[in-house]
Write a protein that binds this ligand. Structure first.
Ligand code: NAD
Length: 289
């Protein structure tokens, strides 16, 4: 029915996830300690790290920021990751991106201990998802699944279309939807007729980085629409605004459920990093490491 979409409240969902993490951290009986590696700190990187530190402290997770200079070599960064891998007091490791030019992020992510890899970015962790033995899955993809589940829409058997096929967002999202037994179509920049696919979607996830890419005409009546995109746009009066990839106002008149930007996937991804950090610590405890 026109105008009837339920706005999925990612902030509220994130809050309840954090409360659950806080209880489980307290119940674990040993410290949960996240080490975050920041290479060549920029003001934006520092601000993001500060927010992360606050989020961790709020749920009882110890947060340590390991700052390395922008001219650090690949070998030195690798050594630092290995040191954190071997440190029994460190239960989780993440690396802030982007890395300065000359450093290979994928190779460095490969070095992170599979169990301490709280972002689920080590290729082995993606591989385990494929084989159905998930250890740690990527935070954004997990958030998308939780947001869809919160709508009570059955994922099994649903036509799910993911737009955007990056390693960090689109591909892992498609993988987790496939694991939940959706019929998944993965669209990207080379997709010939995007609307042909998006109009079939009962579940539509968009992770591209192009404001307004998906309008009401691209959406099936009653679809669940999850907007992963984060774009800063300048309005006619010169002010700035954060929007997603989906034209929220027109699509909400057609969808059954829709995530807002901000307030949808973003806060859930932060909360999911905390849940993954707890999971790493629980797995290490189970392995007596
Ligand atoms: P990316 O640039 O790495 O990948 C973009 C993808 O979109 C590519 O697969 C490309 O093929 C596809 N694409 C480009 N133009 C297209 C078009 N016209 N039609 C269909 N597909 C097209 O970007 P990314 O890192 O995956 O991020 C995508 C967006 O999601 C960005 O806005 C980013 O800020 C946001 N993001 C949000 C979160 C979060 O937690 N909310 C996390 C990660 C990324």
């Amino acid at each position: 029915m026109a105008g009837a979409a339920v706005i999925i409240d990612g902030s509220a969902l994130a809050e309840s996830l954090k409360q659950d993490v806080r209880k489980r951290v307290a119940a674990l009986g040993r410290p949960v300690h996240l080490a975050a590696v920041l290479v060549g700190a920029t003001p934006a990187g520092e601000m993001y790290a500060q927010r992360q530190a606050d989020a961790c402290r709020n749920v009882g997770i110890d947060y340590e920021l390991r700052k390395l200079p922008a001219d650090v070599t690949q070998e030195q960064l690798k050594q630092e990751i290995h040191r954190l891998n071997a440190d029994p007091s460190v239960t989780g490791i993440m690396m802030h991106l982007p890395l300065p030019q000359g450093l290979d992020a994928t190779r460095m992510q490969h070095e992170i201990d599979v169990i301490k890899d709280v972002e689920g970015v080590n290729p082995a962790n993606i591989g385990y998802v494929v084989y159905g033995h998930t250890i740690i899955a990527p935070c954004t993809a997990l958030s998308v699944i939780e947001l869809i589940k919160s709508t009570q829409r059955e994922i099994r058997g649903a036509e799910a279309v993911v737009v955007g096929a990056s390693e960090i967002a689109g591909k892992p999202i498609a993988l987790l939807l496939a694991e939940q037994m959706a019929t998944v179509t993965l669209c990207h920049v080379a997709t010939r007729d995007l609307k042909l696919h998006t109009r079939r979607a009962e579940i539509l996830v968009v992770a591209v980085g192009k404001p307004g890419l998906i309008d009401a005409d691209s959406v099936r009546d009653g679809a669940v629409v999850v907007d992963v995109g984060i774009n800063r746009i300048t309005l006619a009066d010169g002010s700035k605004k954060t929007v997603g990839d989906v034209d929220f106002d027109s699509v909400k008149a057609k969808a059954s459920h829709i995530t807002p930007v901000p307030g949808g996937v973003g806060p859930m991804t932060v909360a999911m990093l905390l849940r993954n950090t707890l999971r790493s610590a629980e797995l290490l405890a189970a392995h007596q490491r």
